[in-house]
Design a protein around this ligand. Structure first.
Ligand SMILES: NC(=O)c1ccc[n+]([C@@H]2O[C@H](COP(=O)([O-])OP(=O)(O)OC[C@H]3O[C@@H](n4cnc5c(N)ncnc54)[C@H](OP(=O)(O)O)[C@@H]3O)[C@@H](O)[C@H]2O)c1
Length: 349
């Protein structure tokens, strides 16, 4: 009988990618039966999974009772947690993670694969202490280790979609595509095509269970500096680009609430000591290559997703207010609005 692999975040980017990768892997799809977790089985993403034969189970990481049902008889579990963005002082992500880990321990799960990150406060000895969406994942990882649940940690990196869907690379009115960061153009960003490649690390880990428990897999195709990101963007799209260094106070002032400081420190961490604290990606890439998976390069991502940079269907109306651009449509998400504010301040006047 097939073993059950339970996938959290099944309706999202990471869990969705894990499911697609297992389904497309001849060996793993025979070895494992997939159970996808959602809080709402009626949502279209969950329904689409059910149509592909994925067992859908309803659970909320806030409720251990619901988790007990979801994890029953699970051999392996993929866990991704999400932060309570912009809610100062919230430890929701840590609580969610610990709840799942407690129940996984009770249920005797044999392999937990957790989407983790480094502890920014600890790694920088307190210099950067406002990046809870990193710290809380690292604390969940620490908790997993303390309970002795057999686990592999996939440290997922900077999403290539940040440049397309979130609009980090933006076309100004002068026709030049701009990338603006509060860190220098030689900072190293470990990039991943999250919707195509996250599952490859998880699948490689499921294939090599005896080799990976306790290890941290660094999930990135390569380190890319803003210089290289823009050079390759120009090569693939033929568009002219520029890099702009935004001073920290301006960067923060355009992002509402505690997220301003959090996103600033997130980027300062990437610049120094580095997203993975300077570690090489080679060992993790080798594991993926040995499992016969190929990671997506930034150029390949650009080729496949050129259309995403145009934000089709989004209508942006603007009011000019003392040299500031205000967006009066609410069609954009928070990141897009923040980024748009930064770029418009720097380039559209
Ligand atoms: N590195 C980067 O550049 C970058 C950029 C963006 C995000 N991130 C990180 O990526 C992570 C999010 O991953 P993602 O993009 O795959 O997420 P996503 O696409 O936003 O999906 C979130 C998933 O989590 C599930 N979920 C949320 N709260 C839940 C709860 N209480 N109980 C059970 N399930 C719950 C949702 O399921 P239902 O709604 O179906 O219940 C959904 O499937 C975050 O931790 C964030 O820090 C990183």
């Amino acid at each position: 009988m097939s073993k059950i692999v339970t996938v959290f975040g099944a309706t999202g980017h990471q869990g969705g990618c894990v499911i697609r990768t297992i389904l497309n892997d001849l060996d793993l799809s025979k070895e494992f039966k997939i159970r996808g977790v959602t809080r709402d089985a009626s949502k279209p993403e969950a329904q689409a999974l059910a149509k592909q034969g994925i067992g859908i189970t309803t659970a909320d990481m806030n409720s251990k009772d619901s988790l007990r049902q979801a994890l029953q008889n699970s051999h392996s579990v993929f866990l991704v947690t999400t932060p309570a963005w912009g809610t100062a002082g919230s430890d929701a992500e840590l609580v969610h993670g610990k709840n799942v880990v407690d129940v996984a321990k009770e249920a005797g799960v044999e392999h937990l694969i957790f989407s983790s990150l480094l502890h920014v406060t600890g790694t920088t000895a307190g210099r950067l202490k406002h990046v809870p969406h990193f710290d809380q994942k690292a604390e969940v990882e620490r908790y997993i280790r303390s309970l002795g649940v057999p686990a592999t940690f996939v440290l997922r990196e900077y999403f290539m979609t940040n440049y397309s869907m979130i609009g980090f690379i933006w076309k100004g009115e002068n026709g030049i595509w701009t990338l603006a960061y509060p860190v220098g153009k030689e900072a190293k960003f470990p990039l991943i095509d999250i919707s195509a490649d996250m599952g490859k690390y998880v699948a490689a880990s499921l294939r090599n269970r005896s080799a990976t428990p306790g290890t941290q897999l660094l999930g990135a195709e390569d380190y890319y500096t803003p210089t290289r990101i823009l050079e390759e963007f120009e090569q693939v799209t033929g568009n002219k680009t520029q890099f702009v260094l935004v001073d920290p106070e301006t960067y923060k002032s355009f992002i509402p609430g505690p997220m301003g400081q959090e996103m600033l420190e997130n980027h300062l961490f990437i610049e120094s000591p580095g997203y993975f604290n300077g570690k090489s990606l080679e060992e993790s890439k080798e594991l993926v290559a040995n499992a016969r998976y190929k990671l997506t390069t930034w150029k390949e991502f650009l080729e496949q997703n050129k259309n995403l940079f145009a934000w089709p269907g989004i209508e942006v109306k603007m009011m000019l207010d003392g040299g500031r651009v205000e967006i009066v449509t609410n069609n954009l998400n928070l990141y897009q609005i923040c980024n748009f504010h930064i770029l418009s301040r720097y380039h559209m006047h």
